[in-house]
Ligand binder design. Structure first.
Ligand code: 13P
Ligand code: SF4
Length: 311
């Protein structure tokens, strides 16, 4: 990026010239969230992508979010600021092993979290996000045999609230698994008025302590509507940007990780994206997301099914 250029202005000019839209997840840095045309959770990003009239979509998030947008809009150009922005949860479930798991459990309906590769989605009957997982699982009869992957914490949580006994894939997110119970308990003692907000990807012991469990969008809504003044937030700390913006008088404390020497309540993959990379990506129209046509044809069905159920 040439020195002295106003990135915000240039990004704005490029998006208008090229009829491009910028979508950002709540885990992006504040500057990316502020410049985006739309900020949302993973369900809202997919819903937005399925409706947009733009020629180019820039997905500021991680790879599976770009892939989902490309699967929904195969004729549009889908760009991401950094192709290396992966996801440890999606990586914990490779398609060959998942296919084997499905074979070992015949007669099961396959429900997959959106945090998966296109190849895993192609093996799936319905995709879910943390916003609609409960609703979608409950749309099946109680006796339905279900495989749920890849997040074991979300799967356990959905089993516990629905009384189902879904077979779980043993995957997890490295950011949500490392919140410290001891430090959260200490914070709660220090601030007895504080409510604990937790994403269902957190371990069960954290969820047991939580005052509200939900997707990024659900936690944000709860924080805005609640009468409480202070919140401990057990999810990626990027969400604090929008929480604070909507609630300037409330106090949001990021839940501390086990290792106090790292900023590991930030997702290192999400944080690979920067304003400079966004500018370059709009300017050069790359890196571009591509999805194999055969995989896309299969993967679009469970995503569309999810969008239909959550409409
Ligand atoms: P949401 O669906 O709540 O936005 O979560 C996405 C994600 O990557 C969680 O780690
Ligand atoms: Fe994946 Fe976890 Fe990062 Fe979300 S926070 S994108 S689940 S690694």
């Amino acid at each position: 990026v040439p020195g002295g250029i106003d990135l915000r202005k240039e990004i704005d000019r490029l998006r208008k010239d090229k009829n491009a839209v910028i979508l950002a997840h709540y885990y992006q840095s504040g500057d990316l969230q502020d410049i985006a045309d739309f900020v949302g959770d993973s369900l809202a990003l997919a819903q937005w992508a399925s409706r947009t009239k733009a020629d180019i979509l820039v997905l500021c998030g991680v790879h599976f979010m770009g892939e989902t947008a490309k699967i929904l809009c195969p004729d549009k150009k889908v760009l991401v600021p950094d192709l290396n922005a992966g996801c440890s949860l999606a990586d914990s479930c490779n398609a060959t092993d998942f296919a084997e798991f499905i074979k070992e459990n015949p007669g099961h309906t396959v429900i997959s979290y959106v945090n998966t590769s296109a190849a895993v989605k192609a093996l799936t009957d319905v995709v879910v996000t943390s916003t609609n997982a409960r609703q979608i699982v409950e749309s099946f009869p109680v006796e339905e045999k279900i495989i749920f992957g890849p997040d074991r914490n979300l799967g356990n949580y959905i089993n516990s609230v629905t009384g189902r006994n879904m077979k779980l894939w043993n995957g997890a997110c490295h950011v949500h698994e490392q919140f410290s119970v001891e430090k959260i308990v200490e914070l709660k003692k220090e601030y007895p008025d504080a409510l604990l907000l937790a994403h269902p990807e957190c371990k069960n012991v954290i969820l047991t302590l939580a005052d509200k469990i939900g997707s990024t969008a659900a936690l944000l809504k709860f924080a805005t509507q609640s009468e409480a003044r202070r919140f401990i937030v057990a999810t990626e700390s990027g969400i604090l940007h929008e929480m604070q913006k909507q609630n300037p008088d409330k106090i949001f404390v990021p839940a501390p990780p086990n290792d106090s020497t790292c900023a590991c309540n930030e997702c290192n993959f999400m944080r690979l994206n920067t304003m400079e990379k966004l500018y370059n990506c709009l300017k050069y129209e790359q890196p571009e997301i591509t999805v194999d046509a055969e995989i896309r044809e299969k993967a679009v069905l469970p995503i569309q099914r999810m969008l239909d159920i959550s409409a």
